[in-house]
Design a binder for this molecule. Structure first.
Ligand SMILES: [Ca+2]
Ligand SMILES: [Ca+2]
Length: 231
């Protein structure tokens, strides 16, 4: 009898673990960054730390951003590793979309349950609403992230817009995103990008974890092109 109770208890715990893992919930503030010194831009990102997890820019890729922004504040400022260049959205629409992460049409997880995506913005004051861009132009259901999740980088913005504002970062994982039915994506999900439905955000950077160093990707592409030319 005792053994059966233990079995049932174990099964319940296993089921609970399975369920809680599948339901995401890893949204949170970045702990720190290495990106130059405050007050002396550029703030070129070298690494990001979230709790026990650290990743260097060798294993991070930017994407191709599109969306409306204020004058002289292009959205492509979110596609470089300088945390001081920002894209002020000034309440503009449509939303900010990021696709072609690391130059590829699709993105998949490569680090298990560790953080996959990092967003930085000036002010640490704006709501972030994230939606997965799934295959075939389908969007996942929106996930709202409270501004209390911004983690301070120790860097303040120098520039025309948002002068002196603190630059903060949020990390999340693929499993924090939802599909079109509202179910959490898994570490096996394939996405084409992310849509940020946040009209007042001031993006400084979007970066995602990639499996191999970006330079190897480029070298691989170079080799492939050379081979193609020779044929
Ligand atoms: Ca992951
Ligand atoms: Ca802001």
């Amino acid at each position: 009898m005792k053994a059966r109770v233990l079995c049932t208890a174990t099964a319940t715990v296993a089921l609970w673990l399975l369920f809680s893992r599948a339901s995401g919930g890893a949204v949170g503030p970045i702990t720190s960054v290495e990106a130059g010194s405050n007050g002396s831009p550029p703030y070129l990102l070298e690494s990001i730390t979230v709790g026990e997890y650290s990743v260097t820019t060798t294993f991070l890729a930017t994407g191709r951003s599109s969306g409306e922004t204020g004058p002289s504040s292009p959205i492509t400022h979110a596609d470089d590793f300088d945390l001081n260049t920002i894209a002020s959205k000034l309440g503009t629409r449509p939303a900010w979309t990021v696709t072609m992460i690391g130059g590829r049409k699709t993105w998949t997880d490569s680090n298990g349950d560790n953080p996959d995506f990092f967003v930085f913005e000036a002010g640490m004051n704006d709501n972030l609403v994230i939606r997965a861009i799934l295959g075939g132009h389908t969007l996942g259901r929106p996930v709202a992230i409270d501004p209390s999740n911004w983690g301070y980088t120790g860097l303040d913005h120098i520039g025309f817009y948002n002068w002196g504002q603190p630059i903060g970062g949020i990390s999340f994982t693929i499993t924090d995103l939802l599909d079109q039915d509202g179910l959490h994506l898994t570490n096996d999900s394939v996405i084409e990008g992310i849509l940020f439905d946040s009209p007042t955000l001031d993006p400084a950077l979007f970066a995602a974890v990639i499996p191999e160093p970006a330079t190897i990707l480029l070298l691989g592409l170079g080799g492939w092109l050379t081979l193609g030319r020779r044929r």
